[in-house]
Design a protein around this ligand. Sequence first.
Ligand SMILES: Cc1cc2nc3c(=O)[nH]c(=O)nc-3n(C[C@H](O)[C@H](O)[C@H](O)COP(=O)(O)O)c2cc1C
Length: 197
Amino acid sequence: MTEPRTPDHAIDPLFIERHSPRAFTGEAVPEAELMRMIEAARWSPSGYNSQPWRFLYALRGDAHWQTFFDLLVPGNQKWVADTGAILFLVSNARMRVGDELKPSYSHSFDTGAASLAFQLQAVRQGWHAHGMTGFDHARAPEVLRLPEHHRIEAAFAVGRKMATADLTEEQRPREAPNGRRPITDFVIAGAFPADAG
Ligand SMILES: Cc1cc2nc3c(=O)[nH]c(=O)nc-3n(C[C@H](O)[C@H](O)[C@H](O)COP(=O)(O)O)c2cc1C
């Protein structure tokens, strides 16, 4: 691991500022703010411009909030309780080609790209988005009325991050910035070496 949150090459600070907090203030996310984040995702690239992403959302206190909240695992519910929006990001594994519906090679990849645009735009607007696969995978498709050929990629919680000065002693270590493997660990000039495992 390199020094937490220090890039090895010069990049836009936004990439480092985006992170996944677990300490939020409880502030509600206005719908218009959330739509701006989703607008950024809307402009993401996708195979054949198929735009396979679907954003299901609940705002703190609205009719959907409790349903979405109840799908999360208890470990995530603990901190999501103080966020302002919960989303399920879904992809459509079929794309329309002419009159036909065909399997999409890249529906998850495309939706991942949209998810990052969403997260980066959230930071630009002064919020943070935190991804979760910790939800009830067995129950979620039915509760969300997931159509055939769709996949729930991840849940997201969005909220106003707690200021470092306001963190409790319990929260402080959990909110410590994390790092990344060095670039040389995963970048290869040419093909994989013969002994790569
Ligand atoms: C698809 C996905 C699923 C994740 N699931 C969870 C989760 O269920 N609970 C959680 O607290 N964090 C979850 N995370 C957050 C990751 O742990 C976090 O992104 C990773 O440690 C890198 O830290 P950073 O986002 O702060 O840079 C998830 C992230 C992604 C992208």
